[in-house]
Write a protein that binds this ligand. Structure first.
Ligand SMILES: [Zn+2]
Length: 283
């Protein structure tokens, strides 16, 4: 196909999507890493759904091994300096606007950056938790990541001056640093092990989040996937369920998607460009 033919096809898809969404009163939205990329948070996978870099940390490794926790906090301490300051972009803002016009039944995100909230969206289900919080594995107390950052920096001054490259989920490449030198501050309450309040790979999404998501999906007109390849099952289960229950599925996503055959219309243009257009047309 020539590039103008591809462009015509894209425009047609976009027009089709706008046309169907005009009639939808309760749109259930699922967002993934693709929507946060324009905010400077890199994605884990390329357009083909392949890993871009080394696999992220696994839940059991973090729980069981001090050395994994040292590596995690080293990267997180450096990475947080950027991700902690990331700002919402046009996609987050467009969704907040759509929600204000009472056209969204629920926003569910696979992202842990909290940018939907920062953009003013309400009642967001953070499927995989939020990096802005940490929790104690022993006493379960929740603390702010921001205050933990000061504790980390205070006792890891050498790492603080180390050069870095930013990676997904507040991670950074600090491989050349001697990881055994990393000091990890314990829980202020009980001295227990602290972990970010997020679901790592191999971890379990809390049941009530999943139940609430299904409950709202059951009462929605359609499911709209934005910026997710649906490669991770915790997100993919919702389109699969929607498809089994006759709820139409639409997507704005660049690159290959898992379960593409279940999706009625896919717009393959950058979400930060098309979402504001879509929202302005349908409200
Ligand atoms: Zn504790």
């Amino acid at each position: 196909m020539t590039s103008s033919a591809v462009q015509d096809q894209n425009n047609t898809k976009l027009e089709q999507l706008i046309a169907v969404l005009k009639n939808k009163r309760s749109i259930w939205v699922l967002t993934g890493a693709g929507i946060s990329a324009p905010s400077g948070i890199p994605t884990y996978r390329n357009d083909k759904g392949e890993w871009k870099s080394a696999n992220p940390i696994q839940h059991n490794d973090f729980i069981q091994h001090e050395s994994y926790r040292q590596r995690y906090w080293a990267r997180s301490m450096v990475g947080w300096k950027l991700t902690g300051k990331a700002k919402p972009n046009a996609t987050h803002d467009a969704l907040t606007k759509l929600q204000l016009h009472e056209r969204i039944s629920q926003i569910v995100t696979q992202n842990v950056d909290g940018l939907h909230r920062t953009a003013g969206s309400k009642g967001v289900i953070d499927l995989h938790g939020r990096l802005a919080e940490i929790r104690c594995l022993s006493c379960k107390e929740i603390f702010s990541r921001k205050s933990y950052q000061s504790r980390l920096i205070k006792i890891n001054t050498e790492l603080d001056q180390f050069h870095f490259k930013i990676l997904p989920d507040g991670d950074a490449n600090v491989e050349d640093f001697e990881m055994s030198k990393i000091n990890i501050p314990p829980c202020n309450n009980c001295g227990g092990i602290l972990m970010p309040n997020v679901v790592f790979f191999g971890g379990v999404v809390p049941k009530q989040r999943v139940e609430k998501a299904y409950e709202t999906l059951a009462n929605s007109d359609c499911l709209l996937v934005i910026g997710s390849s649906l490669n991770v099952f915790s997100g993919f289960r919702f389109p699969r369920w929607a498809s089994q229950n006759g709820i139409p599925i639409y997507a704005v996503n660049q690159g290959d998607m898992r379960g593409q055959e279940l999706i009625d219309i896919v717009v393959t243009e950058p979400c930060e460009e098309v979402l504001p257009k879509i929202v302005d047309e349908i409200i």
